[in-house]
Design a protein around this ligand. Structure first.
Ligand code: SF4
Length: 247
């Protein structure tokens, strides 16, 4: 992991919106990272919006139910791999009723290219049964209800609530957790803590798309092993050091 450099001078108002790195001193005389201020955080999202005003998720789906299934399938699998499997699956099973008709064996056969396909098939059949028996075959719009379904945690429930129902939830996956803590927009220890902090701090006008902007940034620019800082549109706002130079 690259190291973080301590601040060399104090922030002034003239530094807005990107004040120099500020660190909190600890009893062991080490320096802890401090998130960027509110103006810088807003500027980060303003630039994401200017570059990509209408970001889209990359999981293919035709309705709220197929989105929910695709999200469950995407755990530990790439979106491209999921899309490859679901194109033929959703052609014959795009509702919970049709999925139950297909059955667990039929579903397993169609998703066997994905990691943990046995568990995923079991969960999708079980959640489809719950939707039919308890929700009239509809996908509930509530994160709290969604996350009670088999195979659906807070992150998956928030993705569905955001994309299918337009709710301003910021689901946090490994990319968003890394990006948010690198800049840092927040300093957090878990994805759930990160989601709660981002939903509190991100200005309302950016909340609906924040998940997409951050995930795309993490996937294609601020990559895990080697972030491509030299072509990053928020390079001057980000406190991560050392920045990756142009190749
Ligand atoms: S400057 Fe580098 S570390 Fe910071 S957000 Fe951009 S790519 Fe990530």
């Amino acid at each position: 992991m690259p190291s973080r450099k301590p601040a060399t001078r104090k922030a002034t108002l003239l530094d807005s919106p990107a004040p120099p790195t500020r660190r909190a001193e600890t009893t062991s005389d080490t320096l802890a990272p401090v998130p960027v201020d509110a103006a810088t955080l807003a500027e980060v999202f303003r630039r994401f919006e200017a570059a990509n005003p209408a970001p889209q998720g990359e999981l293919e789906h035709t309705n709220a139910y197929t989105l929910l299934v695709a999200v469950v399938l995407s755990a530990q699998s790439t979106d491209a791999g999921v899309n490859k499997a679901t194109r033929s699956l959703f052609a014959i099973a795009d509702t919970p009723e049709k999925m139950l008709t297909l059955g667990e064996d039929g579903l397993r056969e169609r998703i066997k290219t994905l990691n943990f396909f046995n568990t995923k098939a079991r969960n999708i059949i079980a959640l489809s049964r719950r939707l039919v028996e308890e929700c009239g075959g509809e996908v509930p719009a509530s994160v709290e209800v969604l996350e009670t379904l088999p195979g659906v945690g807070r992150k998956s429930a928030s993705v569905v609530a955001n994309i299918a129902f337009g709710q301003p939830r910021i689901a946090v996956d490994t990319h968003i957790f890394r990006v948010a803590n690198r800049i840092p927009l927040v300093v957090t220890k878990t994805p759930l803590e990160t989601q709660e902090a981002l939903e509190r701090l991100v200005p309302d006008r950016f909340k609906l798309n924040a998940h997409h902007w951050l995930i795309l940034h993490g996937r294609y620019v601020c990559k895990a092993r080697k972030p491509e800082c030299y072509r990053c549109l928020i390079r001057d706002l980000c406190r991560f050091e050392p920045k990756t130079p142009a190749p």
